[in-house]
Design a protein. Sequence first.
Length: 374
Amino acid sequence: MSIEIKKGLMGVTVDETSISKVMPEINSLTYRGYAAQDLCANCGFEEVAYLILNGNLPNKKQLIAFKKEERADRKLSKSLIKVLKQIPKKAHPMDVARTAVSVMGLEDKETFDNSPKANMRKTMRIFAKTPVALAAFYRLRKGKKIIEPKKNLSFAENFFHMCFGKVPNKDIVKAFDVSLILYAEHSFNVSTFTARTITSSLSDIHGAITGAIASLKGPLHGGANEEVMHMMKKIKKPENAEKWINKALDNKDVVMGFGHRVYKSGDSRVPTMREYFGKVAKIKKDKKFEKIYDILEKVMIDRKNIYPNVDYPTGPTYHLMGFDTDFFTPIFVISRITGWAAHIIEQHSTNKLIRPLAAYNGSKYRKVIEISKR
Ligand code: SDX
């Protein structure tokens, strides 16, 4: 009897979720029923983080309390700072994020408590501290002093402040905030599924998020935003773009920032992020990357009918904001922690051990021969 294998679990529905859905009737990604682009237009990232974690948009009082808790949880322990100082400067910041969350798990007083309330408190600590740890490493590897978080700054403003020592103008901050909203959650993507799989053995949230970070790092997933930038830097100028992309397609190369397992005619987050990329490019008086962006996109659609995913516009946007390229995927992390945590809490509430089957294609039964006779 032949077994049908769904490689990469393509098209397989493995569980239910109430957190997000790409709704075909409005052609959009929705969080808890709200379209991501409407959230970008009307809310700040903290409001959306609250929505993803709690199921409803906050009222004023709830938002104030949520922000207060996040800001109060930002401070890193002395031992975590010591670990960050010992990490090789050449380490990839995604590995630093993974290590930082792992160290937080060693120190957290509630590591072994998987109750929904304890998980929410731990989520807030991971959510608040991970950007602080990443920004500290951003400075340390440049030989600069760590900048302390500030309680009067929003999540997005504070990240700029801790990396660069200043907060840019409000339009740049808004573009960054929008990118965080768009990156926050995307159902059963590979890193979220990793987190749910780890959770399904009743393991803890720090372990699940550490695993999710490792999964997000790969260039077929979150790591694509960095690869997009490497590609654009290689292309150098718009005049080279058409020749470069045609050659890549002739060679059957994978072009980073394009294609998606779920979206086959365009990622619904891209138009919003493309608009904010344009705004940032205008502020920075840069035309080069937008021109390269448009040429590659046109050829990919014309020749392959393959559309950009969200990592395509975020790459050059973060570059123009001044971030080092290897910090692009860590920025994805600081946002996606909200989605991962919501899924971990959901998995705990309806848990069933995730343990699929495999069709064995190895050797037939063999007798063990003593080593001197092999
Ligand atoms: C994210 O799942 C999520 O929700 C993820 C995410 C999230 O928010 O969590 O949206 C974030 O991970 C976005 C994806 C970032 N990755 C990249 O940009 C890497 C480049 N993209 C691809 O490698 C690819 O499109 C995937 C991995 C994203 C999806 O791959 P699938 O669904 O396994 O499809 P496939 O690789 O089998 O491709 C199908 C066909 C192939 O051609 P044929 O062999 O059928 O002729 O499409 C071609 C592929 O070669 N193709 C591409 C391509 N993407 C697909 N060809 C060139 N360049 C590409 N980018």
